[in-house]
Design a protein. Structure first.
Length: 390
């Protein structure tokens, strides 16, 4: 085994572990260290929003514990270890407990944090979010006796959790300031179709409002545990509140180390940050202006960076990458046009499905959305859309 300093990966989510696997495909000798602030087990974060329907416990979602992953990729794992500081000049990092770790190359796979709404009320601290396996375990345990959940956020994750809760016989009400669900990904006709299908399955919607307060329900009202006060002055009862309003890339550590940060940690096509021998992947990374919190971009990054770290510089490329929304009540596939793309939606649909294609002035497809029985068109349309990052 080599005696050179190790490649150190900070983060043990899909981005961190897949980068480790890809690196080991090319380099069997260089020492490898994975630093994780949790138990470092391997699981798929996207599975958290449809685990209830599959009757999966947090333990069942764990694909491999840390020791098996360590053996698989030949790594030393530092679990339950928080990184306090990074010294890019000395190529060392310091953990919260005072330990230091030298590195040849550093990979930041830090992920993202749930955005927290500034809620008032004596029960505001009971609002939950699900961003990792431990969060899911606590959320699933809290569902005992719950009949209704208020879901803050009508985007991808909010709609997925709303659909998933139906499997437990729990009614979810989705609340969002936007006037329709999945407003950032779907044209109006697509949102209307999705909402109708989810409503028919049992999901409620309150659009165009935000939650101002979360309070314990008065003792005289035993129907629900919590009382939500909305921006229009009305109230809503619920037994539990789940926030799914979005994610913010974890950038504090990188910023403190002097790295360039925009929305995410700024990297080039080689996933290199503004400091030599420091890279970033996954939800925390912004690749030439693109911060895409989806699995397929993450996997593309891991493959490219694994080769680069092993000595073959490989720029990441993003073909058009459709996203399947996990809402069985309304099968949905989206390949959103990149932000700022000029064009318009062309929509065809009926009671069975909606096919929407975002086209530029020349008729070229730049994105699409397929719902219901239109979803089999995914393959054909994906071939028309140009690469997101060629």
């Amino acid at each position: 085994m080599s005696t050179s300093p190790p490649v150190v990966i900070v983060g043990s989510g899909l981005a961190g572990w897949n980068t480790a696997r890809e690196f080991r495909r090319h380099d069997k000798e260089t020492p490898l260290v994975v630093v994780s602030r949790d138990g470092a087990g391997f699981y798929s974060k996207p599975m958290l929003s449809n685990a209830l329907a599959a009757n999966k416990s947090a333990q069942a979602l764990l694909m491999k514990p840390a020791d098996k992953m360590a053996a698989e990729v030949g790594a030393t794992v530092l679990a339950q270890a928080e990184v306090a500081t990074i010294d890019t000049g000395a190529r060392t990092l310091t953990l919260a407990d005072g330990r230091t770790q030298a590195w040849r190359d550093l990979v930041l796979a830090l992920g993202a944090d749930p955005i927290r709404l500034p809620l008032a009320g004596n029960a505001a601290d009971t609002v939950r979010s699900v961003n990792d396996l431990d969060d899911y375990a606590r959320f699933a345990a809290a569902l005992d006796g719950v009949r209704s959940v208020a879901l803050l956020g009508g985007g991808l994750i909010g709609c997925e959790f709303a659909n998933d809760l139906l499997a437990r016989g729990i009614r979810a009400v989705v609340l969002d300031l936007a006037d329709r669900p999945l407003a950032r990904l779907l044209p109006e006709a697509g949102s209307t179709f999705l909402r109708a299908r989810l409503e028919a399955a049992g999901v409620g919607f309150r659009m165009g409002v935000s939650v101002q307060r979360v309070d314990a329900a008065p003792e005289a009202d035993a129907a629900e545990r919590l009382r939500l006060t909305l921006s229009d002055g009305s109230t809503l009862g619920a037994d539990l509140v789940l926030s799914a309003v979005g994610l913010a890339p974890r950038t504090a550590l990188a910023r403190a180390a002097g790295l360039a940060v925009n929305r995410g940690v700024a990297v080039d096509r080689l996933l290199a940050t503004s400091a030599l021998h420091v890279h970033a992947v996954g939800d925390c990374a912004e690749v030439e202006g693109l911060n895409l919190p989806y699995v397929m971009p993450l996997m593309a990054q891991a493959r490219a960076l694994g080769a680069t770290l092993a000595g073959t510089p490989t720029p990441v490329a993003y073909p058009a990458m459709p996203v399947t929304v996990k809402t069985p009540a309304c099968p949905t596939v989206v390949c959103p046009p990149l932000q700022g793309a000029a064009g318009a939606w062309q929509v065809a649909g009926d009671d069975a499905g909606v096919e929407a294609v975002f086209r530029d002035s020349t008729g070229r497809a730049l994105g699409f959305a397929l719902l219901g029985q239109a979803t089999p068109r995914k393959q054909a349309l994906a071939g028309e859309v140009p690469a997101w990052l060629g």
